[in-house]
Design a binder for this molecule. Structure first.
Ligand code: WT7
Length: 668
């Protein structure tokens, strides 16, 4: 087999290169000055100053209760409400009729002009949220502490639903609309949701997706859900409605007074605002629980420092609200700050690969927050798609979700941002609630470097540790840790607090272990390299390899399976599966297709392996642990390294043969 010379990621990073944006003149600052200011912010009192900028119904008695680590409580005794912060406050000000959301549906006419655009003001959203909150309370008896599931596409009714639930103090869990019925059912069951709010369908790449049908399948396995509210997104899409269980959103709204007003519940700072499930290293997704006061405080800080949001900005975060990025930086962050923002229903390349640029031009977007996969996807189609649009309004760009390779960074900086906008790569995760490591053009801007995450934001003490828990030397690869408690950190893992301790606070006693590899360069900039565990990032979406393995093993033909992530030019990483069949089943293309379909149905299309290899044994250690490292080495053409613990040499030879065979079959 051909031996390719693979450079490690680290060797290709431009650690030394520094770019200063002249137009940011008044905010530019040198690295040492930033670091010395930063040192003074690593106290709870600093975060207290930030929290004081929000409007609280009641001030806290204690800034940080650290009596039971790692279950920290922020702003104890304080009371607030996110729906009040995002709506009532603006409605009482000049922002009342300011446009909050410009929503563009996916379908376009024959000239490529969008056929449906809605502009909702803060007052419009305020009224809808109050009517929804009214119905949830009066018709469905939803009250503080109840859990409610949300399974909706990118339509304004999604943030409206989240804000209505926050208003009455119900804890919601949003399930990404690309997830399967099984994934939805698992989450509804774990959260013991009483109610599900969904839509009949939505548009994606020109197709109609029947969401209600998938929800119905999930509901057969979700006994705690007693009622379902369905928004009619697609007028002509008929779905089954079960009498006494399913209700049309429109009918419910009709039944509420137009001027309904529901007083926002004064929620304790440590009230669980939402649960968001995310993948880990076991088959069962973790329900990350976020608080209210700490979370809103972190979002307020980062909207200012990272996004530099001003009233005349047109802000656009291209994420889906089904992921944490959308929760924090479409719903709660921007709306709390009174932003005007774009919300787009569909795919970036529909009907053409310039849809995003057309939208940015149409509404004069100034701040764009997107993902490396999005950037790489559009970069592939060439500069001409960008150049046909006037993007001169853009002033600030950020990416999130996975490491951004220097090449994609450069394209984003030069072609999209015309070399005048700061480009950051904001590091954070579902667990952190908001951005923790990033350039902060809204406060002080240190020089940019293509591909770095930059320095920790004020108030965050981040570092890179080696295996022994000592700070790694500059340039040495280690593990990313957050050393201090921060507002927005998880309250717990729903139903399993011990898992919070075991997953994040054990490896480096008492410090938050993110599960990422990182390097700190000689300037102190952090470069997150990727996951250090069996979690992969596919197009920025987080998947546990174990989840995909569990899905495959649940198929009747599969005895064993191992899934690894392999580098992909566009998606960053993609899953590849090795499958051992049960006796009586033979490898065939039909079976392979069936397995692809199986994963799509049990988890969702994003989890579908890019390749499935049939083998008769998996490489294992003598104690029976699958050696995924060896599988990765075969696929990437790297040397196998130490194989002394391998039990059966033949298994790895077989993996090599299967790989070679598939390569010739499909031509590479
Ligand atoms: C994982 C968390 C937080 C919003 C979306 C992802 C990776 C995230 C970056 C970045 C390098 C990044 C990490 C992290 N990640 N942002 N800017 N540079 N890696 O949230 O799904 O919880 O995933 O995404 O590996 O651990 P998530």
């Amino acid at each position: 087999m051909e031996q390719r010379q693979i450079n490690t990621v680290e060797e290709t990073l431009p650690f030394g290169e520094k770019i200063i944006i002249e137009s940011w003149n008044h905010r530019n600052i040198d690295i040492e000055t930033y670091k010395s200011m930063h040192r003074g912010t690593l106290t709870p009192e600093f975060w207290e100053m930030v929290a004081n900028e929000l409007e609280w119904f009641k001030k806290w008695d204690k800034v940080l209760d650290d009596s039971n680590p790692p279950f920290y409580k922020w702003f104890v005794g304080g009371e607030l409400n996110p729906s009040y912060l995002c709506l009532d406050r603006h409605v009482k000000s000049w922002r009342k009729n300011k446009v909050a959301i410009i929503w563009e549906a996916e379908p376009v006419d024959s000239n490529g002009v969008p056929v449906e655009v809605r502009k909702l003001t803060y007052y419009d959203i305020y009224k809808s949220v109050n009517r929804m909150a009214y119905a949830l309370k009066r018709n469905f008896g939803i009250k503080r502490g109840d859990r409610v599931g949300i399974y909706m596409p990118m339509i304004p009714q999604l943030p409206i639903t989240m804000l209505a639930l926050a208003r009455i103090g119900a804890t919601f869990t949003v399930v990404f609309s690309g997830f399967s019925a099984d994934a939805l059912a698992d989450r509804l069951n774990d959260a013991e949701a009483k109610l599900l709010i969904t839509a009949n369908g939505f548009y994606r790449r020109g197709n109609v997706i029947n969401l209600k049908e998938i929800a119905d399948e999930a509901l057969e396995k979700s006994p705690t859900v007693k009622s379902v509210i369905v928004f009619r997104r697609i007028r002509d899409l008929n779905v089954r409605m079960i009498e006494g269980r399913d209700y049309w959103w429109g009918d419910i709204r009709e039944g509420t007074p137009e001027n309904a007003y529901i007083q926002p519940e004064p929620l304790p700072s440590e009230h669980p605002l939402y649960i968001l499930y995310t993948s880990g290293t076991t088959g069962k997704p973790k329900g990350i629980v976020h608080d209210t006061g700490g979370y809103m405080t972190l979002l307020h800080a980062t909207m200012k420092w990272v996004f530099d949001l001003k009233d005349d900005d047109v802000y656009w975060c291209t994420a889906d609200i089904g992921w944490v990025t959308g929760h924090s930086y479409i719903v709660f962050g921007p709306l709390m700050e009174g932003a005007t923002q774009i919300m787009y229903e569909g795919a970036p390349i529909y009907p053409n690969p310039d849809r995003w640029w057309a939208i940015a031009e149409r509404y004069g977007v100034t701040i764009l927050y997107t993902s490396p996969t999005g950037i790489r996807t559009l970069m592939k189609f060439g500069d001409q798609w960008v150049k046909r649009h006037d993007l001169s309004t853009l002033r600030l760009l950020h990416s999130v979700g996975e490491p951004i390779n220097p090449e994609a960074w450069r394209w984003f900086f030069e072609v999209v941002g015309n070399s005048k906008c700061p480009v950051g790569s904001t590091w954070w995760m579902t667990e952190t609630g908001g951005i923790l490591i990033s350039h902060t053009p809204g406060s002080y801007l240190v020089p940019l470097k293509p591909g770095t995450n930059g320095l920790p934001i004020f108030g965050i003490d981040a570092d890179v540790f080696n295996e022994n828990g000592q700070p790694a030397k500059p340039g040495e690869k280690g593990y990313l840790v957050i050393k201090n408690p921060w507002p927005g950190m998880p309250l717990t893992i729903y139903g399993d607090p011990q898992r919070l301790i075991d997953t994040y606070f054990k490896k480096f006693e008492g410090k938050f272990y993110a599960g990422d590899y990182a390097i700190k360069d000689s300037d102190g900039y952090i470069w997150v390299l990727g996951r250090a565990d069996e979690v992969i990032k596919v197009a920025g979406h987080r998947l546990g390899t174990y989840e995909i393995e569990s899905s495959l093993i649940s198929h009747k033909a599969v005895a064993e399976s191992a899934v690894i992530g392999v580098p992909d030019e566009v998606k960053g990483e993609v899953p590849v599966a090795f499958v051992v069949l049960k006796q009586g089943f033979d490898p065939s293309d039909e079976l392979r297709q069936e397995l692809h379909q199986w994963v799509r149905q049990t988890i969702g299309p994003i989890a579908d392996p890019s390749k499935i290899f049939f083998v008769s044994a998996l490489p294992k250690t003598r104690s029976g642990k699958i050696m995924r490292r060896l599988l990765r080495a075969v696929i990437s053409g790297e040397s196998l390294g130490d194989t002394t613990t391998l039990e059966d040499q033949a298994s790895i030879d077989e993996v090599k043969i299967a790989y070679e065979k598939l390569k010739t079959e499909i031509g590479g």
